[in-house]
Ligand binder design. Structure first.
Ligand code: SAH
Length: 253
């Protein structure tokens, strides 16, 4: 998988190569990341890539030509059979989520375009962008953080990036519900005790407890997720138990 990022701050974006499991995955070439600066693809003497908005108003707008030239350079280097989608980071886009990450993780990679200033000339968006993606309902000063977010979420789904492929399969959203709580040593501390069942060594009981907690958390925190899936008979039983216990007992039942 190959990811290309178009950004005025390539050094910043490439910092993700230095940290954590995703950084290691990139260094080990399980996936590759290249950052492209549109300033390198303008013939303007001061490498300018923005200009004032037609119609007036504050701020500057990124021009089309340097972005188109950057995409051309990327396409020449990629030479994909299967064309990689061009994703524009935008607060007006579709909200990014795990489903998006899963879809991107099985493709040939993608090209993220990071906006700056007031945004990008609409004609570039109309002609060169396959999807606009939002990090959420807030306005950031640039598309770099959303791009890093997407790259991170996709990279950890690429085989071998996480130490154990099961980690991703058990994460929140992977099964359309949230993850169960996690505990580690010591078993007892000023912050409390580890639920007894996790120390029991009884794998069937532990599995049942985890599944129940995951369903219960989803019910408490994100009931909207439960509306979207059909629970199995086992899941319905576990959730009913959780609901019956909730409020009377601590969650470690
Ligand atoms: N005037 C624009 C916002 C420009 S912010 C508007 O109101 O829609 C500058 C750039 O930051 C955008 O072009 C986009 O690439 C990025 N950006 C800002 N907020 C974002 C968000 N929530 N998700 C994804 N990208 C965002």
């Amino acid at each position: 998988m190959r990811i290309d990022a178009v950004t005025l701050f390539p050094e910043w974006l490439l910092e993700i190569e230095r940290y954590g499991v995703v950084g290691r995955g990139l260094r080990e070439q399980r996936l590759s990341l290249a950052a492209w600066n549109p300033r390198d693809y303008t013939d303007h003497p001061t490498r300018r890539v923005d200009d004032r908005p037609y119609g007036g108003g504050p701020g500057m707008v990124m021009q089309s030509a340097p972005l188109v030239a950057t995409l051309d350079a990327i396409a020449a280097q990629r030479g994909d059979n299967e064309r990689a989608p061009v994703l524009l980071m935008s607060p007006q886009g579709e909200r990014f989520d795990q489903r998006w990450a899963e879809r991107l993780a099985v493709g040939p990679g993608f090209i993220v375009v990071c906006g700056r200033y007031e945004g990008i000339d609409q004609r570039f968006i109309d002609t060169h962008v396959d999807a606009e993606i939002s990090a959420g309902d807030m306005v950031l000063s640039g598309g770099e953080l959303p791009a890093m977010m997407i790259i991170d979420a996709v990279a950890r789904l690429v085989s071998g990036v996480l130490g154990d492929d099961r980690s991703a399969a058990e994460d929140s959203f992977a099964n359309a519900i949230l993850d169960h709580p996690h505990y580690t040593r010591p078993p007892s501390d000023t912050v409390g005790d580890v639920p007894e069942v996790l120390l029991s060594g009884d794998h069937a009981r532990i599995e049942r407890w985890r599944e129940k907690q995951a369903l219960g958390r989803t019910w408490l925190r994100r009931p909207d997720l439960l509306d979207e899936i059909d629970l199995s008979a086992r899941q319905r039983t576990l959730l009913a138990e959780f609901v019956a216990e909730y409020g009377r007992e601590p969650q470690d039942k």
